[in-house]
Ligand binder design. Sequence first.
Ligand SMILES: Nc1nc2c(ncn2[C@@H]2O[C@H](COP(=O)(O)OP(=O)(O)O)[C@@H](O)[C@H]2O)c(=O)[nH]1
Ligand SMILES: [Mg+2]
Length: 373
Amino acid sequence: MGFLLRRLMRIGIIGLPNCGKTTIFNVLTGGKAPTAAYTGGTFQVNTAVVPVPDPRVDALSQMYNPQKTTYARVEYADIAGLSGSTDDQTKGVGLSGELMNAIANNDALLHVVRVFEDETVPHSLGSVNPARDIASLDSELSLSDLSKIENRLERLEVSLKKGKAIPTFEDDQKEYEILSRLKPHVEQGQPIRDFELTPDEEKRLRGFQFLSAKPVLIIFNLGDEAEPPNIDYPHQKSKTTAIRGRLEMDIAQLEDEDDRTMFMEEYNLTELSTARIIRESYDLLGRMVFFTTGEDEVRAWEVTQNAPAIECAGAIHSDLARGFIRAEVTSYDDLMAAGSNAAAKAAGKVRLEGKDHIVHDGDIIVVRFNVQK
Ligand SMILES: Nc1nc2c(ncn2[C@@H]2O[C@H](COP(=O)(O)OP(=O)(O)O)[C@@H](O)[C@H]2O)c(=O)[nH]1
Ligand SMILES: [Mg+2]
């Protein structure tokens, strides 16, 4: 059962040099990676895994008072190396294989855009201009996708000439047809995430890990005072948000709670953006969670959206999928309204469901199973 394979979701933080990638990485991960004002695009990656804040897990944990509380987790990768330089682009220098892989390796991207002005922090394109920066980084990603498409089309042309005798002939033909349609779209600078694909076509292209196909959260890194710029980013699987990066990093790194409160009041911050931005970027991934509860552990489990009960059982343990009998399913709201599992049962809110039952985000599950030894 392929769906039993579990893998941590990964979000890549990208942007021009000095836009604040590492600063925001530190805000999100509570890290202390060195931030620096330098120019030039040296390839470098910082990674860290963080729990995904979820008030529902907090509430369940309060209800059960378990030994252990486990949140969903996500990995962030702070990826330095993109230059956004149109020079490099027209010279066709392109991304190094290493950098391209480091970006391709993510399930979604967090694209940091510099809004803050600071003379002591050089800007790689000479001036602060968020709209231009978004376009130049996007075109760097598109060019990388385009070169992948062109290379593949060339190879396919060669192999298709050999005719039907080649075992992959039909698949190659289909792939050639899709890539030929996709190419002009990318040439016009349109991200692949805007290109409509059938599920079958999507599957055929998945292996390419196109950079502009990935869901993206644009994050405007404001100075201490700046207002978010009024920039539309009308694309599929895309959102925009804002943060006062350095200010939040400085506050987050204060050890003393009182100092933190004082600074937050001074800058009119009611809460740090950490939780909000982790949620916003996590939501891009299109995952959902269900919960298991008990005195040992309250835990969030990650599965694909609209996962059937059997897949949820398998996410917990393969034995639970193999010996699956039924799942007791309670919605989060019903459990909270009832106040306890026993009360929810008495109110008929705990439903017994079969393996094909579609589980919803936030459902609480108990799997009844039986494994023959
Ligand atoms: N004034 C100001 N400087 C910032 C802000 N965010 C980051 N910086 C500074 O910009 C420089 C580059 O930041 P860094 O996070 O290393 O950028 P990266 O190259 O994208 O990883 C550092 O000196 C940061 O302190 C901000 O909101 N305001
Ligand atoms: Mg950095």
